[in-house]
Structures are given as structure tokens and as C-alpha cells.
Design a protein around this ligand. Sequence first.
Ligand code: BT5
Length: 272
Amino acid sequence: MSGEAPAQALRALLEAGGDAWPGPIEHHGVLGSTNDRLKDWARQGAPALAAVLADVQEAGRGRLGRSWTSPPGNLYLSVLLRPEPGQVGLVPLLGGVATSSALAALGAQVLLKWPNDVLVGERKLAGVLAEASSGARGVEWVVLGIGVNVDPQGALPEHATSLREATGRVISPLAVAAAVLAQIRLWYHALASGRTTDLLAAWRERSIPWWGRLVEARVGDQLIRGIATDIDDEGALLLALPDGRSVRVISGEVSRVRLASGDGAAPRSRSD
Ligand code: BT5
């Protein structure tokens, strides 16, 4: 079932903040997945910055076939982006920067964990899932899906936290949506005008300071261990191997990244 009223309320919130939203917004009470709904809409020609929200997801998805627990009380949001070729790898980082900036402004002490986790301490407050569709001319669009635990009315996985737990405040999912959308628009515009270095700088500023530390990344059935040196300008994580080589780890392929047991400086991150 879909309804006009929450979409209109969201538009009004954005307008009141000086951030009128240029795309169509669709709201649903219950959906399988906001990403799936927006992908269907994109195939039927939805414009850039079309957005889909749901109160509940029955088949919320994470990366690599994992599920995203989606009880009522949280934010489930997807936005359609049409980035330039070569910028697609930056969309997960855009989602992370936009979401973490919005949540920080709402009072949460968040850090980004490459490629897509928004953490408070070691607990996951929000996740980002970017899904691209390619045609003859390369990537045609990317659906950027964002899930934020706001004030969940149901159980979450063990290492999750919520905005309510992190800030002690009850904030409506629509207010969180408005804050996140305003940031997405800002950073999408930055990307479209070629300001990728600003986006990368914002991501580095908000990221867990892993640089110089021993990190392990699981890519398929391969475990890569190396010193985290940086992210490159396409959003890949750069690891320096013991033999001096540098490897690029690509966000779409990696199932888990964490500090390696031999790092010695701090406990491992427990989230995926
Ligand atoms: C993500 O995947 O973190 C991306 C999550 C994206 C969800 C949004 S909601 C709107 C849109 N529509 C969708 O269907 N999806 C997007 P990943 O890095 O693979 O993390 C998934 C892992 O996070 C799971 O295996 C659990 O361990 C954990 N997890 C599941 N639900 C969670 C929740 N609500 N809060 C915190 N952690 C959760």
C-alpha cells in the first residue's frame, strides 16, 4: 500500500530546511525492499533523485545476499542516482558521508567503516547498499539504499544500535529521511560537478582511523591481509602487502573487513 501523506510531509520538512527535493518521492507502508521497488521504477524511466521510502521491509537486503532487519520505527530509503562513468565506486562512499553527516547533525557520534557501515563505537547504526544497472553505455543508474535504525519497534541483530539508544532522543524517521536526503543532494551535486576530492576528504574525515594498521579483507574465499594505506579516487581500499605490492579492494566484492588479529593496537571491530 502506498500513501501520499508521508511523502508530502517529507517534502514539507525538506522545504522548511531550505532543501526542496527535486525528484518524485514515493512512500509505502510495507515493501519487500525499497531498493527493489526503485529498481523497478528506474527500469520504467524514473528520473534521477526519485526516492522510495517504506515504514517496514519484509525482504530488506544487505550486500552479498545478506538480510537487513527492518522492523517499524526505522528509516528505509532508496534514491536513484545517475553518476558519471568512473564515479560509480564512489556512490557507497557518498551514501556513507551523507548518512553519517546527517546522523552526526542529529547528535550521534558516528564513524564510517569502509566500505559502507555507519558505526557508533562498534555497533552498527546504519547501512548503505548501492546497486548499479549497466547497459550498452556502461552504468546507467545506481540505486542507493540506506537503512537507519531510528527507534526500532522490534528486535535488531546483536551488534546493532539505534539513534534513540545513541542519542537518548526520539526523532521521527521522516525527520531522519529529510536530513539524509538533504545531504545526498549536496554530495550528488558535488560529484556531478567533479568535486570528487571533496567527497573523498569528507569520507576520510569521518572514517575510523585505520591508516597504518593491519587489516584483513575477505574477498570471495580469499583473505587479504595488509596495511591500510588509503582509499583511492574511485573509492577502493588500498592495502600494502608484506611483499611490497599494493592491492585495491573493491567494495562490491568484499564480504568483511576488520582489523587483523596481529595488529595489536586495539580490539577488532565486531561488525561485518
Ligand atoms: C548493509 O549491508 O549494511 C546494507 C544495508 C542496506 C539496507 C537498506 S534499507 C533500504 C534499502 N533497501 C534494502 O533492501 N536495503 C537497503 P551489509 O554490509 O551486508 O550488512 C548486513 C549485515 O548487517 C547483516 O548480515 C547483519 O549482520 C547486520 N544487520 C542486519 N540488519 C541490521 C540492522 N537493522 N541494523 C544493524 N545491523 C544489521
